[in-house]
Write a protein that binds this ligand. Structure first.
Ligand code: ANZ
Ligand code: ZN
Length: 818
């Protein structure tokens, strides 16, 4: 039979019908529960969407349709995160204003999303570059500012020489810019920061309250990096004077094993500590270290380097003198910027000591061994154990030793308990054009002053010359009419802040805007916000783990503290789709020429086939490869469904009705549960199996029952393949004028499934010992398992070993034991 079908005609026809019905407009009936299903709002890049993006957008579309059919008011919106470096770099590359390219790119994305029939409510579209949006981004900035959570500080910052901008820690990957991959350097500049560190504990603790993939939670935990330890009061002598040089350690129990000390190359005492004869070498070392990224410096694989200062530090516990080194594995911004080197028990210190011939002194033995076999250590022993070579502390476990040492040192004034975090404040200012201007006015008399609410938005000036200046100053500084203003507090002359905000500011609150994008005098309508928030299901790529997903949680907590929202976490459940690789098994990229666009697939196979293939291709979270054969198979399946529904059913004999019903209800149950569990691939696979069964049964059941099955097939397919489902429903199954997409979700009859139970006889060594009632279609494995689990069977098997189990499906299990 011909499996081809005229999808183009269907698509054109139903698109216009649905548009006329406003099928995707959000309903807010007070009588129904709500479901907020959100996709990460994308940066509209110049390349448009690939079929890879569809792995995000098609499943959430299916889920939204499903929830709507289940009786929920569903909010499923889309918008554009269009400020920021990618958009600006693209504009520079194309030599057109970013507002123009942004418009082109968002038009392309919107067109493609509509092409794939993603069921977004386009009336709620938002765009972070529109003044009526960024007005509120600025308003939130000021909320943080007024709460003491936005501040300026001078600091040594990552600088991308290619993008000519400051980067946040999170945006430096392996010493390279996350966008353009050029090597980063450091630059001293005055910057704006958000005090996310104030929220470290809450960001950590509240992870327990949300349903997120464990890998993302782990990444956030590591990023926040809470450590329990102590500061130990080492000291150094410089020109006869004693200076404190404290270290932070999580292993104070190893303090008697300290054989050197290492400080960060940027440590303020570095040069002063250096003996005159070593100054040239140290200076040279420091310069080199500054160019390495933090991640490279911390990496376990990279070789540790250092240089001796010639000075000695005093151990506050045993008063030993140890040499002070400068080492680039020590970071200035963590702990105190100095470490006590314990080669025997720390891997990095071990490598360092080996390289520079420093003493390795064991002070911890494994708990379970009386002593380590003698001889040189092959590697550091890093676990907790029992203290040795530690004077009066010998014999204590590490845990006991840590507690006792902290208490003793606190008493003696030589140490202090301390908790540290790896998390740093969020660097939020950018010296770039394409962002929301920071709404601050600098006044000589009053300092930095907030722009009054009624003067928001501070409009981004329409600059012809928006290229980075290369001096570390924003292009906005070139516009006098923008910069020169008056101070809102004293009326004297003022200058506007010329930095713009990191694009991640825009995406830290957008989920609120979708609840009421038309709100004029507030970022959202508070009633609507309370109704829709928090987001019930949030779906996007795992690459956002420590940026957007941490920032949005932080802003939400600030809003909660300000009494603006009644919840502390914005996204109740998070899911990450897997990547879709090209046919060559490589990441899709323009340069490799392996990008597949939805447009070309739709042209060849139609929207329904594309959608169904995206769902069928494999588990939602898995990394998978595009395969054109796969989509051909799905396309043929749709053609076969069409043929079956449209064919004339004239029953000759009617047999096995309960079986037929059972299959149908089982399918409804399976598809429902699989969609609920985001297991679309197995839902589609089951529908395919059912189709095979139905083809066999054609002509064997009464007309009404057959029609029931055809309708069920079409309804179950409708969220996944909306066009063909609508066509068959309205044109072939006789429901003209009533869209399949407005029907409630199909229920199933558990009894119809249960009917098909069969009695299985269980024999042990040839004698009947039990009878089990099991589903007729239970697999061999399931039947076998049930038989062996039977108490009576267990009793008769007793101590004997099971030698063989034979399963005769639907009838009998025979156990041989002896
Ligand atoms: C001595 C020691 C002995 C350490 C030992 C570990 C094992 P976490 O757990 O990640 O917080 N450290 C402290 N400040 C540092 C800095 N600025 N740069 C690089 N490393 C630094 O790590 C805490 C440990 O990291 C501290 O405990 C310190 O090394 C090191 F057997 O002190 B430890
Ligand atoms: Zn002033």
């Amino acid at each position: 039979m011909n499996e081809r079908y005229a999808f183009k005609v269907l698509e054109a026809r139903w698109r216009s019908v649905w548009e006329g019905m406003k099928l995707y407009r959000t309903s807010e009936d007070p009588g129904k529960p709500k479901f907020y299903c959100l996709d990460f709002f994308p940066y509209p890049s110049g390349d448009g969407l690939s079929v890879g993006h569809c792995r995000n957008y098609v499943p959430t579309c299916v889920y939204s349709r499903f929830k709507k059919a289940q009786g929920y008011n569903v909010l499923h919106p889309m918008g554009w995160d269009a400020f920021g470096l990618p958009a600006e770099n693209y504009a520079i590359q194309q030599n057109v204003h970013p507002s123009v390219t942004t418009k082109q790119n968002t038009d392309t994305y919107r067109r493609q999303m509509k092409l794939v029939e993603c069921c977004y409510d386009w009336e709620r579209e938002v765009n972070s570059t529109h003044p009526d949006y960024y007005r509120w981004t600025q308003w939130f900035f000021l909320l943080l500012f007024k709460r003491g959570l936005a501040y300026q500080a001078l600091g040594s910052q990552w600088w991308c020489p290619e993008c000519k901008t400051i980067l946040a820690n999170e945006q430096v990957e392996n010493g390279r810019c996350w966008r353009c991959e050029s090597e980063v350097t450091k630059k001293d500049l005055r910057q704006w920061y958000f005090k996310i560190t104030d929220y470290a504990d809450r960001l950590l603790d509240d992870l327990e309250t949300i349903h997120w993939p464990e890998p993302i939670k782990i990444m956030q935990r590591n990023w926040i990096g809470k450590s329990y330890g102590a500061d130990a009061g080492f000291t150094v002598e410089i020109n006869g004077e004693t200076h404190p040089l404290p270290v932070f350690t999580t292993r104070i129990d190893t303090i008697c094993g300290v054989t050197f000390m290492a400080i960060a190359p940027e440590h303020p005492l570095a040069m002063r500590l250096t003996r005159p004869e070593r100054k040239a070498e140290v200076q040279d070392y420091i310069e080199k270290a500054k160019r390495k990224s933090e991640i490279d410096r911390m990496s376990a694989e990279k070789e540790k380097t250092g240089v001796a200062t010639g000075s000695y530090a005093t151990n506050p516990l045993n008063h030993e003198k140890v040499p002070v080194w400068i080492g680039d594995y020590v970071l200035l911004t963590y702990g105190t910027g100095a470490v006590m080197g314990v080669p025997a028990h720390d891997t990095r210190d071990f490598a360092f000591a080996k390289k520079y011939g420093l003493e390795i002194r064991e002070v911890i033995h494994p708990k379970d061994a009386s002593a380590r076999p003698g001889g040189e250590m092959a590697e550091a022993f890093v676990d907790y154990g029992r203290m040795v070579n530690s004077g009066t502390y010998d014999g204590l476990t590490s845990e006991e030793g840590i507690e006792k040492l902290i208490q003793d040192m606190e008493k003696a004034g030589t140490g202090k308990r301390r908790i540290t975090y790896r998390l740093r404040d969020w660097l939020i200012s950018r010296q770039r054009y394409w962002g929301a201007p920071i709404p601050i006015i600098h006044c000589e008399k009053c300092g930095p002053v907030a722009v009054p609410d009624e003067e928001l938005p501070v409009l981004l000036p329409d600059l012809k010359d928006f290229q980075p200046t290369g001096t570390g100053k924003s292009p906005l500084s070139k516009s006098d009419s923008f910069v020169k203003t008056t101070c809102p507090t004293c009326g004297g002359p003022g200058e506007r802040e010329t930095d713009t905000m990191d694009g991640f500011a825009c995406s830290s609150w957008y989920f609120l805007r979708f609840t009421s994008p038309w709100a004029r005098d507030f970022p959202h309508d508070p009633d609507k916000m309370r109704y829709w928030m928090p987001v019930d299901l949030y779906v996007g790529g795992a690459e956002q783990a420590v940026m957007h997903l941490l920032y949005a949680r932080f802003w939400t907590k600030v809003m909660y503290d300000a009494g603006l929202v009644p919840f502390q976490e914005p996204f109740a459940t998070l899911k990450n789709q897997g990547m879709l690789l090209g046919e060559d098994g490589q990441k899709m990229s323009k340069s490799k020429g392996n990008v597949i666009t939805p447009d070309e697939v739709v042209e060849k196979f139609g929207v329904d086939a594309l959608r169904l293939y995206i769902l069928f291709i494999g588990p939602f979270e898995a990394e998978l490869k595009w395969d054109e054969q796969g989509i051909r198979g799905v396309y043929r399946f749709l053609g076969r469904v069409r043929n079956l529904v449209q064919s004339v059913h004239s029953p000759q004999s009617t047999v096995q009705e309960p079986d037929f019903r059972r299959w149908m209800h089982k399918t409804i149950r399976k598809v429902t549960r699989d969609i609920e569990g985001f297991q679309f691939n197995t839902a589609v696979a089951f529908l395919m199996e059912w189709l095979n069964y139905l083809q066999d049964q054609q002509g064997r059941v009464p007309v009404a029952l057959w029609k029931e099955a055809m309708e069920a097939m079409v309804r179950l397919l409708s969220p996944m393949a909306p066009f063909i489902a609508e066509e068959l429903w309205q044109e072939s199954l006789g429901h003209r004028g009533k869209s399949v997409h407005t029907l409630p979700w199909l229920g199933w009859d558990e009894a119809a499934i249960q009917e098909a139970m069969v009695t299985i006889v269980v024999q042990v060594n040839g004698k009947v010992r039990d009878r089990l009632l099991l589903p007729a279609d239970a697999s061999e494995g399931e039947v076998r398992e049930a038989a062996l689990a039977s108490e009576r069977v267990k009793k008769f098997v007793g101590e004997k070993t099971i030698r063989n189990v034979v399963v005769v499906p639907g009838k009998l299990v025979s156990v041989v034991a002896g």
